[in-house]
Ligand binder design. Sequence first.
Ligand code: GLU
Length: 420
Amino acid sequence: MAAVGANSQLNPLENAERQFEEAAARLKLEGGVKEMLKRPRRATIQSLPVMMDDGTIKVFTGYRVQHSIARGPAKGGIRFHQDVTLEEVEALASWMTWKCAVADIPFGGGKGGIKVDPRGLSMSELERLTRRYAADLSDLFGPERDVPAPDVNTGEREMAWFVDTYSMHERRTELAVVTGKPIEIGGSQGRREATGRGVMICVEQMCKHLNVPLKGAKVVVQGFGNVGGVAADLLAECGAKIVAASDVSGAIHNPDGLDVKALLEFVKDHKGVLGFPGGKALTTSIIEYDCDILVPAALENQITSENAPNVKAKIVAEGANGPTTPDADKILEAKGIWVIPDILCNSGGVTVSYFEWVQNRMGFYWPETEVNSRLRQYMEKAFLDVLQTGVKEKASLRMAAYMVAIKRVLKVHQLRGMYA
Ligand code: GLU
């Protein structure tokens, strides 16, 4: 993530609040009702002492924010990153509330984070840190309370440690406390690919609506990781041409199209895209690269008022959370670029997390074909709901998605009523 510094355009919480305020104004929400929907229900800061391999003790800072528990348990990932702040986690938690509501799955929104660069820790140090975090907040978590999942720099391995720690405290195995687990301990088929698959379905639906062919379309993927890599692979299978890709190692390009399968293999062995023999190193901004579809699938604040005027794509498909600042949004809108907003575009991950939670609670597991076809149903419905609202309200897809989501959460508040 770019440094926040004095530039408030790059503060994710301010950005999330600006987006919410704009949608709330369109919905004519005011006063306490607006406040209730906007503010997080609960936010915790933890000091996490961990014994390092050399015997010294290091204290890390962890966060968990439950933005909403109106529609169901709080739901959202845990990220490990050196730039994590409470404000960032709060923004991400609110995006989860709106995302789960757009996807129409029975969850609220939450997010967690630990301020740590995981590359600087050994595997056993990471395990102790993850377990300490899970144990410290074990009262807060639970299948009916708050259900974490992977996010930036966390994955199946961390979720397995999480399940084990929570289960030891509960004195019984509780698989439904987190999603994104390894298949062997209650993970769902298709969960690993779900976010990227959802991005592909959104892009496909967008192209259908705009009547432009996906076959032959030039695609740029910023963040060739779990989301971007899978999206690239599936879009290439639809006939799109992936012309540039980047990750922490750097960026590469090939105007004739990168061999995505070979690139995925290369990344596994080399821990990054840089040096891939089927492409050349790219030294200019990947966001401004000539293409039809841009998939920002890394971190927040990648498309800003500085580079937005130079975006060449006709469609921006937000695989990441919060990759476009509100100022940049206005610029893209004025240029006639269609932005498929994060809370719709990357909702495939949490949708299959929902399927995983359902399967854990049933104790009955679905084949991948069933997971994928249910995911498609949810994504197509969410896309249509947002598109129709956008057309009706003459609003961008982001505003439309917010409006759909806020209305759904508000309805539940109205039905449940006010306690005491
Ligand atoms: N971290 C993912 C997201 O931002 C997945 C969350 C989940 O599955 O709960 O949507």
